[in-house]
Design a protein around this ligand. Sequence first.
Ligand SMILES: Nc1nc2c(ncn2[C@@H]2O[C@H](COP(=O)(O)OP(=O)(O)OP(=O)(O)O)[C@@H](O)[C@H]2O)c(=O)[nH]1
Ligand SMILES: *[C@@H]1O[C@H](CO)[C@@H](O)[C@H](O)[C@H]1NC(C)=O
Length: 410
Amino acid sequence: MLFYIIVLLKLLLVTSEQSQDNGYCEIDSKTCETTSMYKEQKYIFYDINPPEGFNLRRDVYMRLAIMLVETQKKGKMRDWSLVLPPWYKLYHWRKSISNVRPFPWSAFFDIESLKSYAPVVELHEVFAKTPAKTLEIDALYVINNYFTKFHEANTFEDQWEITDEYCDYNYEYWGYNNITAKETFCLKFQGKASTLLEILALHPKDTKIMFHYAEIPIHDYFGNKAFWDCRKSMKFSKKLISVARNYIENNLGCIANIIKCSTYISIHLRRRDFTRSHRNEIPNIPGAAKQIHQFITKNAPKIRKVFIATDTNAKEKKVLQTHLRDYNYETFYYEPTESEMKTYTEGGVAIIDQIICSHAAFFIGTFESTFTHRIEQEREILGFKSSTTFNRLCPDDGPCQKPSKWTIVD
Ligand SMILES: Nc1nc2c(ncn2[C@@H]2O[C@H](COP(=O)(O)OP(=O)(O)OP(=O)(O)O)[C@@H](O)[C@H]2O)c(=O)[nH]1
Ligand SMILES: *[C@@H]1O[C@H](CO)[C@@H](O)[C@H](O)[C@H]1NC(C)=O
C-alpha cells in the first residue's frame, strides 16, 4: 500500500512540474507558487527580401528556429515563439493565386512536425490571441548589410549598430493591412543569427519584435547536428506527400510507399532565370538529354524511366522528351490539372516535384540551385547513398566544377 502511495505521490509531483511548464498550476501544487502564472507570450516576427525564392526562405527559417531552440535549451527566452511568415507575392509564383492572398505554412509543411522541433506559431494563431483590431509590433528592425567593411576585411566578424540612416520596409506585412509597428530601427548587421539575441535584449519589455531582411544573418553553424535536426522537422504537408506518392506509384512503377525506389531516376533542370544568370553552368536541352543518357548508361543501365522536375516552358519540355525518346527513355513530368494547380498553387506543385525527385534511385541536379540543394538534403534524410545524390548537369563545354556535398549529421 505504502509503495502505491509513493508511486502516486511521485506521479503527482511529475505532473505538477509538467503543468508548470505548460503555463498553468494545479490548485494544490506547491512547486509553482513562486513563478508568475500567466507569463505573456512573446513573438519574433520576420520578413525577407521580396525576390528571394521559396527554398532560400526555408533556410532563413532554419537559422532563426535553430537560434531560438538553442537559446531555450540553455533555459533562456522560454516565453518566445517564432512566427511563421505567411507566403505572399513570391517572385517565382507568377501565375499563382498565392500572389493574391497570403498562405499559411500549413499549405506546404507539416506544422505538427515543425512544432515538435521549435516553438513556432502561424500568424493566424497570433491574430486569434490578439484582442485589438490591429496587431502592433513593438520594434521593427530593418536589417542592412555592411557592404564595404565586409569586403575590405577578409575576416567575418560579428558586428551591428543601430543607425539613423534611411532604411526601408515596404510595410506590406505579408499582405495584411492590420499590422503596424510602434517603432522602426535601422540595424546595420553582419553576423550569425544568434547575434540577434543582443538586439532582442535591447528592449527587454517588448513582447513583439520583428526583423526585416532576415536573410542577412547567417547560420551559426551550417550542417551540424542542430542544423539537421531542424531540417528533419521540415516535413512537407501530408497532402502533398500523398499526391507525390500516388504519382510515383501510378507512373513510375515504384509500389506502395517504398522510400528508395529503383525504377526511375530524377533530374532537376533549372531553366528560367538560370539561362541568363548561370549561363556557364547549365547545358542546353540536347546537351542535358545526352548527359542523362551517359549517366544512366554508366550507373543504372536497366532504368528506362526518367522523371524531370523543371521550371521551363512546354516547348522545351517537349524537345527534351523527344531527345530522350531517341535514347529510348520514357520521360515523365508532373503536370498538374488546372484544379490541382489551384489547390496546391505553384509552391505546392514545386514541392510535389521535389518529393518525386527525392525517392528516385539516382538524382542529377542543377549546379548552385537552392531547389536542387533541398532535394539533396531530403535524400540524405531518407538515407540514400551520397553517390546517388550529389550529381550535377554540366555545361555543354568548359569546366564543370564538382557539386558541393553536404552530408547528414545524425
Ligand atoms: N514546379 C517546379 N518549379 C520549379 C522548379 N525549379 C524551380 N521552380 C520554381 O522556381 C522557384 C525557384 O526558386 P527557388 O529554388 O525556390 O529559389 P531560390 O531560393 O532563389 O533558388 P535557386 O534560384 O534555384 O537557387 C521555385 O520556388 C519554384 O517555384 C521545378 O523543377 N519544378
Ligand atoms: C487582420 O486581418 C486578417 C484578414 O482579414 C484577419 O484574419 C485577422 O484576424 C486580422 N487581425 C486582427 C488582429 O484583427
